[in-house]
Ligand binder design. Structure first.
Ligand SMILES: C[S@@+](CC[C@H](N)C(=O)[O-])C[C@H]1O[C@@H](n2cnc3c(N)ncnc32)[C@H](O)[C@@H]1O
Length: 242
């Protein structure tokens, strides 16, 4: 069946980038302006949604504690939207292929033979590296990076091993800060290892906090916005004294 004769429209999985409206790709913005409906995550801002004034908007942010049920409902909604609309945009924070449940959504869409296109976005780690002006790799200091999370199994966070890469970028790590720090210290990482916390990256209320691993062990307290935890020797402030 050719795409035009399918009973389904086409679904675009688009990365919105870290938050700032001008950090979505040109392709993503163009597709948003053509969308019939936009299903969006909780972290997608109103300014970003204003790029699709013509489209119906459906918020599908998940409530914590109901993740799997919520994901099944989102998968179903995507299929229903593809039946009803020709251009369906599924807009996800950062890049859709990183910690974005894209696998479940792709599987649901593929099962129904629905045409899908993926548009990459700037993941928070790269936006945070830019915001802090800290390259994630550094010659002679850091040659490997791990993007990781404990949120895939929060009830088992204590059992998960830490990656042993030079630079560690933890997504959804605000609440796990104490456990993360304790594990890294147990792994032999130094107490004075540089850590940077970036909250609300790229947004007007962005906040950057520099600390050391020993401080991370005290926890991050309650944070309102999304938080990215960056750990490693490459996060050390540059010595610019001549
Ligand atoms: C479900 S994950 C989605 C990651 C996204 N796909 C990406 O590529 O950035 C959500 C986590 O990403 C991080 N995050 C997303 N947007 C952020 C922002 N603007 N500032 C800081 N962290 C952010 C936080 O760790 C948050 O808990």
């Amino acid at each position: 069946m050719s795409p035009s004769s399918s009973r389904y429209g086409k679904v675009y999985l688009i990365g919105a980038g870290p938050g700032a409206t001008d950090l979505i790709t040109v392709r993503g913005a163009r597709l948003l302006a053509q969308a019939d409906v936009v299903l969006h995550d909780a972290l997608v801002t109103d300014d970003m949604l204003a790029l699709a004034p013509q489209a119906d908007k459906i918020p599908v942010g998940k409530r914590s504690g109901q993740r799997s049920t919520a994901q099944l409902a989102i998968n179903q909604l995507l299929i229903e939207c593809a039946e009803k609309y020709r251009k369906v945009v599924r807009l996800k924070g950062g890049d859709p292929m990183l910690f974005g449940r894209a696998d479940e959504e792709l599987q649901a869409l593929e099962t129904h033979g629905i045409d899908v296109e993926i548009v990459p976005g700037i993941t928070t780690a790269f936006a945070a590296a830019a915001a802090t002006q800290q390259p994630l790799t550094k010659r002679g200091v850091a040659r490997s990076i791990a993007f990781f999370t404990s949120a895939t199994a929060p009830q088992h966070a204590d059992e998960l091993a830490m990656p042993d890469s030079d630079t560690l970028i933890q997504y959804m790590g605000g609440r796990e800060a104490v456990v993360t720090a304790k594990k890294l210290i147990a792994q032999g990482r130094p107490l004075d290892l540089p850590v940077i916390i970036v909250e609300n990256c790229s947004l007007p209320d962005q906040m950057i906090t520099r600390m050391q691993l020993r401080d991370l062990e005290q926890g991050l307290g309650e944070r309102k916005g999304p938080v990215l935890v960056m750990i490693g020797a490459a996060m050390a402030a540059r010595d610019t004294e001549s």
